[in-house]
Each structure stands twice: as structure tokens, then as C-alpha cells.
Design a protein around this ligand. Structure first.
Ligand code: SF4
Ligand code: SF4
Length: 459
């Protein structure tokens, strides 16, 4: 295993943040111009941006990031739903509603209950899930996790099925990661929560309190053959400048070590939960700062997808979609069983309570194209094969036609009349924007096959 300093060199990060508090004239302009070339930024350049707080600078960062997002990802927005499978947890993380000290009854879904949750999500139109389990070697052992994932893939209704299961489980061993790989997971997501060791150790109790176990988890996943991983920070625990530098540093480390950077960054902000004593985050992060964070990450690591959840309000989410977010959840529930029964212990409070169809409508009004695409994972375009397309900015040649095809399925099978009407217009608009004629003609032909009842066609 590497040394922690190889992933996050605290001294270097702190020095860079100090050094870049003052800057030569024109420095921000120079960095933003470099960002537009979409080759990423150095840690020093990221530090300059993080230290530039004047709204004139931040607004220009948001504009630059929006251009990069448009060029790399185009107009598509990929949708998924979280599925909380078990709230049993042996850890006592200060910020989380599932922490051990909380005596509220725990829930672990049976395989039948998982089937019922999945059917409900499929009836909404979801095709991608992110499954979440608390850490509990007895209640949520690896066999239970693997069985649950199998159940999800096996649960199909008429035209509904889950085509990709991303997974958020506690840091574990190479052997367990191999089992996750075998069962066919999409992305393995694990957040460091805070990269600041002292804060990390103060906020965690239980096996997760081991900072290095968490930090090296992605290396163990790579060792087990998982080449698609997601990183994240829970913003609101420590200074966001440090956290962003550490996140970028971790991404650079994975890229230089394995030739494969992270598939996604997640940018959750701490939210209250009825079982957590705090009523505000340890460090306040304003909406404007969160948008700045997203913009800087988009510029620093342009090939990495970025996820925002329903922790955030509809208004903030709409702004974030513009400046860098490429994947989002909708109609989420954060308690096991929450999709069929509105009760039980939930991990945190949500700010966006809209239905999937309502979120679709607002996305369409923004001129974006909803997508339920899972093509890369199913075509084995993961790891290096994915990076070879994503890094030069060529992935949108696949994302756009696949978004059109999967959104068309949504319109045919699940959409309200209003979404269907506006959705068809958006489909026509972006079909025209496919620049390669052969692909455009082929997409048109596949769209009419979907209209006739065929499903699951992708590039
Ligand atoms: Fe358990 Fe995860 Fe919550 Fe910590 S954050 S208490 S590990 S569910
Ligand atoms: Fe994601 Fe690949 Fe589909 Fe694009 S084509 S949305 S990168 S799965």
C-alpha cells in the first residue's frame, strides 16, 4: 500500500494554499484560459482559484466551467436513484443519522423487500441504482450485499429493469472487493468524508475511524480488479479549500498510479438528521461556495463525472447542472424501505422532494436532455477504455445518442403527457445536433424501433 502522503500531502497542500493567497496580476485569467483547453489543472493552479473569492472571479469560474461541461458532456444529465438496503451500522460517525449511538430501530431489507423496492423504482422509470449499506459485518456481511445486488439485477417487470448497480459500501478487503467485481457492480463509491486527518479522527468512532483504511480503500478495489471508482467529500466538516485540494490530489494519484482516474466525484453538503445533535454544519458552505467548488472540480479534473443528490434544493441543483454536474438522483428516499412506506430511520434530510417526472420537466425546461444510459458499463467501456474516450472529450459522441434512446424509452413507458410533449421536442433538437451523419441516421432508426416496442438499444 502507498503512504498517505502519496495521496494527500497535507504539508504541500497547506503551503500551496498559503503561497497562493496573493497572486500576480492576470493569474486567474491565465488559469481559466488553460482550463478551457480541458487538460486539467495543477494543484497550485487549483489553490489560486480556491483563494480567489471576489464575485467577479467566481462568476468567471462558473462561466468557464459551464463551457467545459458543455463541451465534454454536452446537454445530457444521467439519472439514478439511491437504494438504502440496511441501516444497521457499527460506526458512530458524528454527522450521520445511522450512527450507532442512535437507539432507533434498524431496518435490513429482506430479498423480497428489496424486490418490492426495486419494482417501485422501475415503475418510476429508473434504470440505475446506487445501493447503500451501513457497515455491519454481522448484519450486512459481504454475502448479504452480493445477494442483494443479484436480486436487484434479477428483478424485472414488463419494460422495467435495473441495468447498472453502483455501490456504496464500507471500506473492505481485496477478497470482498473481488466478490463485488464478480457480481457485476458499476462504480464503487467511497467518500473520504474529510481528508483532514485530525477532523476525521475526531468525528469517527468504530472501524471507520481508521483514516488510512478509508484512504487506501480504492487501491484495494483496484487490486481486486475494480477499475471504476468514485471519490467524494462531505462538505461542511472542514475548510472546503483543503478538501478540494485533497480530492484533486487523490484523483491525480489514482490517475498516475493506475492510469485510471475516478469515474465520479460526489459533492454532498452536510444536512441535518433528526438523530444527529448538530443543527448546523461544523463549517458553513454557502450555495455560492458550493457552486464554486463544483466549477473548480470541473476545471481541475474535466474527465470525471460529477454527482449531486437531492440533499440540495431544486434551485441550487439547477444551477449546479450548468456548471459541472453530469449525474443526479431524483425522487430519493434515504431509509431502507422508504420507496414503499414513508417511515423509519433515514440517514439525512432531503431538500428536493419532487417526483422523477417533475424533475424531468424542470430539466427539460432548462434545455437539458435526461438520460438513463448504462451503455459504457455494459459494453465494458470501463477503466482505461472509458478514460481513453473521456479524457480527450470524446465521450459525448456516445452520451448524446444513448441519452436520446434511453430518454425515448422513458417517454414511451413512464412520462406524464406534459413531459412527453416537451420531451419529444428536446429529442428532435438534439437528434439534429448529432454531427456524424451515420450516427444520426442510425439513432433515428433506433428511436423508431423503440416507438414500436423494442427496448434496451444502445451504442
Ligand atoms: Fe455508518 Fe456510514 Fe453513517 Fe458512518 S456514515 S454511521 S459508516 S452509515
Ligand atoms: Fe455514461 Fe457512457 Fe452512457 Fe455516456 S455513454 S452516459 S459515459 S454510460
Amino acid at each position: 500500500m502507498p503512504k498517505a502522503e502519496e495521496i494527500v500531502n497535507v504539508m504541500e497542500i497547506e503551503k500551496a494554499l498559503e503561497r497562493t493567497k496573493s497572486r500576480p496580476p492576470g493569474k486567474i485569467h491565465e488559469i481559466l484560459n488553460k482550463a478551457l483547453r480541458m487538460k486539467g489543472l495543477s494543484l497550485e493552479e487549483v489553490a489560486y482559484l480556491l483563494n480567489a473569492d471576489h464575485p467577479n472571479f467566481v462568476d468567471r469560474m462558473l462561466e468557464t466551467a459551464a463551457k467545459i461541461k458543455e463541451k465534454i458532456y454536452g446537454e445530457r444529465m444521467v439519472f439514478f436513484a439511491p437504494l438504502y438496503v440496511s441501516s444497521h451500522c457499527v460506526n458512530d460517525c458524528e454527522y450521520c443519522g445511522f450512527h450507532k449511538r442512535n437507539n432507533a430501530p434498524r431496518k435490513k431489507l429482506t430479498q423480497d423487500e428489496i424486490r418490492s423496492q426495486v419494482k417501485t423504482l422501475e415503475k418510476m422509470g429508473h434504470k440505475r441504482l446506487l445501493v447503500e449499506f451501513g457497515e455491519d459485518p454481522v448484519n450486512n456481511d459481504i454475502d448479504y450485499i452480493v445477494d442483494s445486488i443479484k436480486t436487484i439485477y434479477d428483478t424485472k417487470i414488463r419494460k422495467g429493469e435495473i441495468r447498472r448497480v453502483n455501490v456504496n459500501v464500507a471500506a473492505t478487503s481485496v477478497e470482498d472487493y473481488k466478490k463485488l467485481k464478480e457480481v457485476g457492480i458499476g462504480t464503487y463509491q467511497l467518500f473520504q468524508e474529510t481528508y483532514h486527518r485530525e477532523t476525521y479522527e475526531k468525528l469517527h468512532c468504530g472501524p471507520k475511524a481508521d483514516y488510512e483504511r478509508q484512504l487506501f480503500a480504492h487501491d484495494r478495489a483496484f487490486e481486486a480488479g475494480i477499475d471504476d471508482v468514485g471519490l467524494g467529500v462531505l462538505f461542511g466538516l472542514y475548510d472546503y479549500r483543503f478538501e478540494v485540494m485533497a480530492l484533486v490530489s487523490h484523483a491525480q494519484y489514482l490517475d498516475s498510479t493506475y492510469g485510471v482516474g475516478p469515474h465520479t466525484f460526489s459533492v454532498p453538503r452536510w444536512q441535518p438528521s433528526e438523530t444527529v445533535e448538530w443543527n448546523k454544519p461544523l463549517v458553513n458552505i454557502s450555495d455560492y461556495e458550493l457552486l464554486k467548488i463544483i466549477a473548480i472540480l470541473r476545471m481541475a479534473v474535466p474527465y470525471t463525472g460529477m454527482i449531486i443528490s437531492t440533499r440540495e434544493s431544486p434551485d441550487l441543483r439547477a444551477k449546479a447542472f450548468k456548471v459541472g454536474i453530469s449525474q443526479t438522483s431524483a425522487a430519493s428516499r434515504t431509509s431502507p424501505g422508504g420507496y414503499t412506506k414513508d417511515s423509519g430511520l433515514s440517514q439525512f434530510d432531503l431538500s428536493d422532494h419532487r417526483s422523477l417526472d417533475d424533475v424531468m420537466l424542470s430539466i427539460l425546461k432548462q434545455g437539458l436532455l435526461p438520460s438513463f444510459c448504462t451503455a459504457c458499463y455494459r459494453e465494458e467501456r470501463t477503466g482505461k477504455a472509458f478514460m481513453d474516450l473521456a479524457k480527450p472529450g470524446n465521450i459525448h459522441h456516445l452520451c448524446r445518442p444513448n441519452a436520446l434512446l434511453t430518454f425515448k424509452e422513458y417517454l414511451e413507458d413512464y412520462a406524464s403527457p406534459q413531459v412527453k410533449k416537451l420531451g419529444e421536442k428536446i429529442i428532435s433538437k438534439y437528434l439534429e445536433n448529432i454531427d456524424k451523419e451515420k450516427v444520426r441516421v442510425e439513432t433515428e432508426e433506433r428511436l423508431s424501433r423503440i416507438e414500436k416496442g423494442e427496448r434496451d438499444i444502445y451504442f
